[in-house]
Design a protein around this ligand. Structure first.
Ligand SMILES: [Zn+2]
Length: 180
């Protein structure tokens, strides 16, 4: 799944502006609407994290040094970072630490393991397979190569659109009920 879709899926499922906000949406404990919902931006960022903190570092580095960017000449460290950021073992250790130190971050942080779960089924075996049990095992699933199937890309973007339509409609119904 493309990186932008990962970010938006994360924010859609694990922020108060998205599905996790239920019928009320981004409303705080005092009933006030939160204009800048931090859970939205955090879930968006953590949905990006696995790709940004691996391939993204290399791309940024190459761009800053004026070097050409190529998927065929990736240095070894990118694959080490890719394995670490695409491991459910590492992600759950991260979630455990978050739960320990700042519990409110736990909801948007779920965007990270969700990214991995999507990658497990949308990457086939090869350089970018998803080693979800790393470093315990290099086991990976032979999923669909999303970049080779335009219909699949249309399907997951279409599904996002449907989810947002559902959220908007549910919130309208909630607000009109609250007025009665
Ligand atoms: Zn990824």
């Amino acid at each position: 799944m493309d990186t932008l879709a990962h970010a938006i899926y994360g924010a859609t499922l694990f922020s108060r502006t998205g599905l996790a906000g239920g019928g009320r949406g981004p409303v705080n404990a005092q009933g006030r609407r939160i204009a800048l919902d931090w859970t939205f931006w955090t879930a968006l960022g953590l949905g990006l994290l696995p790709d940004i903190a691996s391939i993204g570092i290399y791309f940024t580095n190459s761009a800053l040094n004026g070097e050409g960017i190529s998927f065929h000449a990736l240095p070894a460290y990118v694959f080490v970072l890719y394995k670490l950021t695409h491991s459910l073992v590492v992600a759950f250790i991260g979630l455990g630490l978050i739960r320990l130190f700042w519990k409110p971050l736990l909801l948007p942080a779920l965007a990270w393991p969700f990214h991995i779960c999507l990658d497990i089924f949308t990457h086939s075996l090869g350089r970018f397979q998803t080693p979800f049990l790393y470093p315990l095992s290099d086991l990976a699933f032979n999923g669909i190569s999303w970049w080779m199937h335009p219909w699949f890309i249309r399907a997951y973007w279409g599904l996002l659109l449907l989810i947002w339509l559902g959220i908007v409609m549910a919130r309208r119904r909630y607000t009109s009920k609250a007025k009665c």
